[in-house]
Design a protein around this ligand. Structure first.
Ligand code: SF4
Length: 329
């Protein structure tokens, strides 16, 4: 029999479920993998457009397995965290040799880029297996319902047990998505949650104490390291110097303009302005310069405006330069 908790949650979900491009009755595991991968680190609104574009270009896992890395990165441009696209491609290639998309946690976790959260989401949403895809939404709801001060990592196991017990015999796909929506629409991350609209308010200890915003407790964040870079739009014969970054590390395999931690001694360059970019643990402050050069830049190659705008995968950290090139006649 369905618990009161589930009755309340699911009837709220029936009326309030978000309409999302990846929401459908029976999404394929590939569609769940794709949407959940894109949603990591990226806002829902931004993902909507990319999800459509991506599925048009690579409608199936098989189509994705044949993708060229550069094309894939170009399509991903603007979403950031390119390692996700790289891992999707690796996973598609591996699965091409398998008969079926794996269902077991053990097999899913062996695939590149598929961790605890994504494996649970695929199992629950695509395969209707009993599982809970614990993310920030579940954590926030759990912490408030139980007035729990446990930090995320310590709470993981107990949260999972808690929601598994609540799940009972309900369809895991519906249950997971209902909790995700409750977290996004009602039990809000920033500011005061909308408890007056919450189907679970009668179960909520934080609400009973009037302390909703005290949970979950904030964890001390690590201070970001700042790196100062001098970036150059250097032209030769009407083309620009760029190069592909290393296969490993930050922004791996993406294209970059020449950039250095100290300024080059070039006489004929103009200062363009400043930009900055924030990574998870790093902050880039960038000073931009433009000019012509007669020098060869070893390890860099020359690319046309057309290639820069439409072919190369250049991370958004370098958007300032791309915008300048766009405006040039
Ligand atoms: S009652 Fe308020 S704090 Fe508690 S779960 Fe609902 S929205 Fe979140």
């Amino acid at each position: 029999m369905q618990s009161t908790f589930c009755n309340l949650l699911l009837s709220w979900y029936k009326k309030n479920a978000r309409e999302l491009p990846w929401r459908k009755e029976n999404p394929s595991p590939y569609e769940v993998l794709l949407s959940e991968t894109m949603l990591q680190q990226t806002r829902v609104e931004a993902v909507k457009e990319y999800y459509h574009k991506f599925l048009l270009a690579y409608p199936t896992l098989e189509a994705l397995s044949k993708a060229k890395e550069d094309d894939l990165f170009h399509l991903w441009q603007g979403l950031g965290y390119y390692r996700r696209a790289e891992n999707l491609l690796k996973t598609a290639k591996i699965l091409q040799n398998c008969k079926d998309f794996p269902v077991s946690k053990e097999e899913l976790l062996k695939l590149p880029g598929i961790g605890e959260y994504t494996s649970s989401a695929i199992r629950a949403i695509a395969f209707h297996e009993k599982d809970i895809a614990i993310d920030g939404n579940f954590y926030r709801i759990y912490s408030r319902l139980n007035a729990s001060s446990l930090p995320f990592l310590k709470a993981k196991k107990v949260m999972k047990d808690y929601f598994m017990e609540k799940l009972g015999d309900v369809d895991p796909s519906t249950f997971n998505q209902a909790c995700m929506d409750l977290g996004e629409l009602v039990c809000l991350p920033n500011g005061k949650p909308l408890c007056e609209n919450c189907p679970l308010s009668s179960f909520c200890f934080a609400h009973q104490k009037g302390e909703e915003t005290s949970y979950p407790q904030k964890e001390e964040g690590k201070e970001k390291r700042t790196e100062h870079l001098y970036v150059y739009l250097l032209q030769k014969d009407g083309k620009y110097y760029l190069r592909k970054r290393d296969k490993k590390g930050l922004l791996s395999s993406l294209y970059e303009f020449p950039n250095f931690t100290s300024p080059l001694t070039l006489s004929n360059v103009t200062y363009l302005g400043k930009s900055h970019h924030t990574f998870t643990h790093l902050y880039w402050e960038m000073d931009w310069y433009a000019g012509e050069t007669l020098k060869e830049l070893p390890s860099y190659s020359l690319y046309s405006k057309e290639e820069i705008l439409n072919v190369l995968a250049i991370p958004s950290a370098f958007r300032f330069g791309i915008n300048k090139i766009k405006k040039e006649k």
